[in-house]
Ligand binder design. Structure first.
Ligand code: ATP
Length: 154
């Protein structure tokens, strides 16, 4: 029996479906959630979330948030989340350059704007890295991990 998984971000439902296992980027470390897992509430760091079902794997870039686990459902509430297949690399690259340009000037009087740009830089860097490493059909370097498949990498 699979476990239900819902991935929601601030502005949309990103993905929902059944999973054999959901691998979460928990703040305290990666967590593999199987069906009938004990109830759990955790924060998530910026990282990669994987949903595996019947030999298929969906990979998501998660820009932090919280996850609630019940025995039959995993609910991911992310600040931002994208399936790696839908990441617009040009947009992420433009966002990264914009943020870097802004931050180069150092902390301005408006600290909120500075912190927002820092967060934008982290989001864009995560998207670029996630697209580079996990997108299907893109050739991946083989020298950074234990093999080149999208499965099996932690
Ligand atoms: P940008 O500066 O490029 O707009 P952002 O992080 O500020 O990036 P938001 O405006 O917060 O983007 O996000 C709006 C929506 O667009 C969200 O659903 C987010 O998941 C999505 N999104 C943001 N950047 C990308 C991207 N590079 N590729 C695909 N979806 C993206």
């Amino acid at each position: 029996m699979p476990i239900r998984c819902e991935i929601v971000s601030q502005d949309r439902m990103v993905w929902e479906g059944d999973a054999d296992i959901v691998i979460i980027p928990g703040t305290e470390g990666e967590m593999g959630i199987l069906p009938r897992h004990a109830p759990l509430l955790s924060t998530m760091k910026f990282g990669i979330l994987k949903v595996r079902t019947q030999g298929r794997e969906e990979v998501f870039a998660i820009s932090g948030g919280i996850v609630e686990v019940q025995p039959d459902i995993v609910t991911v509430l992310a600040d931002a989340a994208e399936n790696v297949e839908e990441i617009d690399v040009a947009r992420a690259e433009a966002a990264r350059q914009r943020a870097e340009e802004f931050l180069k000037a150092g902390p301005p009087p408006d600290t909120d704007a500075y912190l927002a740009m820092e967060a934008a830089l982290r989001r864009s860097n995560l998207r670029l890295e996630a697209a580079r490493r996990y997108r299907r059909g893109v050739s991946r370097p083989t020298d950074y991990g234990e093999g080149g498949s999208t499965t099996g990498r932690g």
